[in-house]
Design a protein around this ligand. Structure first.
Ligand SMILES: Nc1ncnc2c1ncn2[C@@H]1O[C@H](COP(=O)(O)OP(=O)(O)OP(=O)(O)O)[C@@H](O)[C@H]1O
Length: 151
């Protein structure tokens, strides 16, 4: 993996939420505020795309914590094959983690995100009855649990 001028490398598994939301602050002025993305909560401000591979998109970002620019490798767990996620990617991370040389990229961290129900529906588009029934049961059980506690 090349990295001529960007020395840090970041592996991100999963997808990031970019959906905006609004929050109302107490005080004189009510101000609209955007929900932070997963990367922003880790102190990274995402920039332009600098490359793409078979299963990843690589973007440049600035890091508050590291006080430098980093490369962020974003991998969709929906799109990448199981073999890559379970075998090749962990191996790549292990190898890169062990590299400590002035002229090579340095691995900083991996962030794995989980998928929301909306992500699954967007991807699969059609939810079969078996899955729909299972999810609905889980939902009803959770609501019942809350109701039992008078919530
Ligand atoms: N640390 C980095 N610094 C700068 N650019 C990078 C860095 N890592 C990756 N890139 C850029 O992103 C591209 C995609 O990288 P990625 O590791 O996903 O795939 P690849 O190794 O090029 O190919 P493949 O997916 O087939 O193994 C690279 O070709 C390179 O241009």
């Amino acid at each position: 993996m090349p990295g001529p001028d960007i020395r840090a490398d970041e592996n991100v598994l999963g997808e990031m939420s970019t959906e905006p939301t609004t929050a109302v602050h107490s005080g004189v002025e009510a101000k609209a505020e955007r929900k932070l993305t997963v990367l922003e909560t880790h102190g990274y401000i995402l920039g332009r795309t600098i490359g793409s591979g078979s299963y990843a998109t690589v973007k440049v970002a600035s890091s508050d914590r590291h006080n430098c620019q980093v490369a962020i490798k974003i991998i969709s767990k929906f799109q990448a094959p199981g073999d890559y996620l379970k075998k090749f990617l962990p191996r790549e991370i292990e190898v890169v983690k062990g590299l400590k040389h002035a002229n090579l990229i340095r691995f900083l961290q991996a962030i794995e995100t989980t998928h929301s129900l909306l992500d699954v529906i967007r991807k699969d588009q059609h939810i079969d009855e078996l899955r729909g029934r299972r999810w609905f049961r889980q939902l009803v059980e959770a609501v019942e649990y809350c109701h039992d506690r008078e919530i």
